[in-house]
Design a protein around this ligand. Structure first.
Ligand SMILES: [Zn+2]
Length: 264
């Protein structure tokens, strides 16, 4: 159990239903998990010197979704398209704590973020730790070596009858490593690295066996995400694909037979 993490989570979201929301934030990631009055955000959209997608997209969309505070924000890794929007999000809502893999402690981008958010409490997540809120259990793992993308936080989200996996911008080496450690089968998969060809390996698809795959990417992004090869692999695996660039924000709710999309 993450030390103190459960204690840090306060009841804030009064609805009794649970859901996973893949928030449309352009090219970047922002996933909302809500259950039993607790709200957890995984990544907080991107920002660069030209545009703050946290301010422009994440904040208004999270407001529309009824967010009133964030009990925990998890950062998968220090890339700007995952952490750049956090300042805008933190400027709008109180954040109970911020969690990131312990391997990124001391990373220049994280140290800069810590300085810019002096009031926030940070949690350094170790592989194998878990946290629970409502009827949700989240289990964490990450590869200890390799570049930042490769070390992205991997999360298994379990709600009654339902399982989802999220791997940030983890690469195929990450996926092979994760598959060798645990059982990750899940009907709902967030596609790694915005649909880059570096992720969503045959090994990972055979491990997860997703019925639904969600790709978070920006319309007309300069990286060509999602790549045709990933779309082909997802089609061959029989996964129904949702894309935030085309479908907007995508919401899934747990059922006795797994996560199901609820807004279409
Ligand atoms: Zn990314």
């Amino acid at each position: 159990m993450l030390g103190g993490l459960v204690l840090a989570i306060a009841l804030s979201w009064q609805s009794s239903y649970a859901r996973i929301v893949f928030v449309r934030v352009g090219q970047g990631d922002c996933t909302l998990i809500q259950d039993g009055g607790t709200t957890v955000l995984i990544d907080a959209a991107g920002a660069d010197e030209f545009v703050d997608l946290g301010q422009r997209l994440a904040v208004p969309e999270l407001r529309r979704l009824g967010v009133t505070r964030l009990d925990m924000v998890l950062l998968t890794h220090p890339d700007a398209d995952h952490i750049g929007g956090l300042a805008a999000v933190a400027g709008r809502w109180s954040i109970g704590c911020i969690g990131i893999p312990a391997r990124f402690r001391g990373h220049p981008a994280i140290e800069a973020l810590q300085k810019s958010l002096p009031g926030c409490r940070w949690m350094w997540i170790e592989s194998g730790e878990t946290t629970k809120f409502g009827s949700t259990k989240m289990s964490f793992d990450y590869m200890p070596s390799g570049r930042d993308n490769a070390g992205s936080l991997a999360c298994l989200v379990e709600m009654p009858g339902s399982r989802a996996v999220l791997t940030g911008d983890g690469i195929s080496d990450t996926e092979v490593w994760l598959a060798s450690r645990h059982e990750w089968s899940a009907e709902l998969m967030k596609v790694g690295h915005h649909g880059s060809s570096t992720s969503t390996s045959p090994t990972w698809l055979a491990e997860v066996k997703p019925a639904f795959a969600v790709i978070s990417c920006g319309r007309g992004n300069p990286y060509g995400h999602p790549t045709a090869s990933v779309m082909d692999r997802l089609a061959a695996a029989g996964a129904k694909v949702f894309r935030t660039d085309r479908d907007g924000t995508v919401i899934f709710a747990p059922t006795a037979h797994g996560f199901q999309p609820v807004n279409r």
